[in-house]
Design a protein around this ligand. Structure first.
Ligand code: ZN
Length: 61
């Protein structure tokens, strides 16, 4: 499964839970936080952070 497919599965699970009254909430919006780790320096980022910073500790030495 790619990220979009995972998101669809989670979102439809939430939608169903709200609709069937399992969750007593308003409409829920799923967000995915993908964590990525540089295999060289071990830095871990959320994908959104990495898109922002665009470098890890490998670049600062
Ligand atoms: Zn690195």
């Amino acid at each position: 499964m790619n990220e979009d497919q995972i998101h669809v599965v989670i979102q439809s699970t939430l939608d169903r839970a709200v609709k069937t009254g399992q969750f007593e909430t308003g409409q829920l919006e799923a967000e995915l936080f993908v964590r990525v780790t540089c295999e060289n320096c071990g830095n871990t980022f959320y994908l959104a952070e990495l898109l922002d910073e665009r470098s890890c500790s490998c670049q600062s030495t």
